[in-house]
Write a protein that binds this ligand. Structure first.
Ligand code: PMP
Length: 304
């Protein structure tokens, strides 16, 4: 059996996991006024030690989100970093950890309310996707991706996931593992909780940051790893039909990790099996997150 979460850190205090409290009329629940990060801590198989992957990049994105949300007296990155490390340490995990770090308006009030702001760092077990090795069958959603001039995707706000849920529920109802979402221009944006890449003629291509994507930490990691592997990389606009003619498609994100896509709208991608470049990048990603390579030690924060 997987380890169990015992505590979470709420406003700097360790609280028994099932006893954490928030008022049901807080602005966080009433209007979805929260920003969060999904972060992973991986166990190194040789040492048994844990390190948090790209913690500083996640903290930086959260700080940007709090600014856009005009939060009063936001918690410092130092306090949040310490909260994350403490949540992992005090839960004494024996396997990989998924961390949710969330900052929210815990006070009551109307839409203009900007505080008091609280935060929570929770560490829970999370299994790898059952499709990690075999690949996902995805469908293009009829829902449209949220946009920067309404619900900015660059801000990882809890409220954004209302749209993602509709996409996911439709995809499940239609018999797909996951969906791909197009933006208001009809160009490929991303999946409901992950970014997307295609491979065409050896080029590794992902929607640009002007495609209404979340500026994903994993996307940036994959672009770096692909470049280091000598593969040409490109950030561009991607058409729906490019998904159908691509040699390979894969998705990536902290929670989803890097997973092949083997069918889009029931058309096979390439030969319908995970592609060679996808598998190479999946393996490179696994080595850097787990620290079985010395490369990019700066991306791993040890949990002491
Ligand atoms: N897009 C969305 C909508 C997401 O929720 C996520 C997961 N945070 C991603 C992309 C991937 O982002 P990251 O690589 O930073 O986890």
């Amino acid at each position: 059996m997987a380890w169990q979460a015992k505590i979470l850190v709420h406003n700097g205090r360790s609280v028994p996991f099932h006893e954490a409290r928030l008022h049901p009329l807080s602005v966080a629940t009433a209007y979805g006024a929260g920003v969060f990060e999904g972060i992973r801590a991986y166990r190194n198989p040789q040492t048994g030690r844990f390190s948090v992957f790209r913690l500083e990049e996640h903290l930086a994105r959260l700080v940007q989100g709090m600014k856009v949300m005009r939060f009063d007296d936001p918690p410092s990155a130092d306090a949040l970093r310490e909260g994350v490390l403490r949540a992992v340490r005090e839960n004494e995990p024996d396997d990989d950890v998924y961390i949710r770090l969330q900052v929210q308006i815990e006070g009551l009030g109307g839409q203009e309310t900007t505080g008091p702001v609280g935060w929570v760092a929770a560490a829970v077990p999370r299994q790898r996707s059952a499709r990690f090795a075999t690949g996902l069958s995805v469908g293009v959603s009829s829902w449209i991706r949220i946009a920067d001039n309404s619900v900015p995707p660059r801000v990882k706000a809890t409220a954004n996931y209302h749209a993602s849920r509709l996409v996911t529920l439709q995809a499940k109802a239609d018999g797909y593992d996951m969906a791909v979402i197009l933006n208001h221009l009809g160009k490929v944006s991303e999946a409901p909780g992950a970014c997307l890449f295609i491979v065409r003629d050896g080029r590794v291509i992902t929607p640009s940051r002007h495609s209404d994507i979340l500026e994903s930490v994993t996307r940036e990691t994959v672009l770096t790893l692909a470049g280091e592997a000598g593969l040409p990389v490109e950030e561009a606009m991607i058409d729906r039909t490019e998904l159908y003619v691509a040699d390979e498609v894969f998705i990536c994100g902290t929670g989803q990790e890097l997973q092949p896509v083997i069918a889009v709208d029931r058309l096979p991608v390439g030969n319908g099996k995970p592609g060679a470049i996808t598998l190479r990048l999946q393996s490179a990603y696994e080595s850097v997150v787990r620290g079985t390579t010395n490369a990019h030690a700066e991306w791993r924060t040890p949990v002491m």
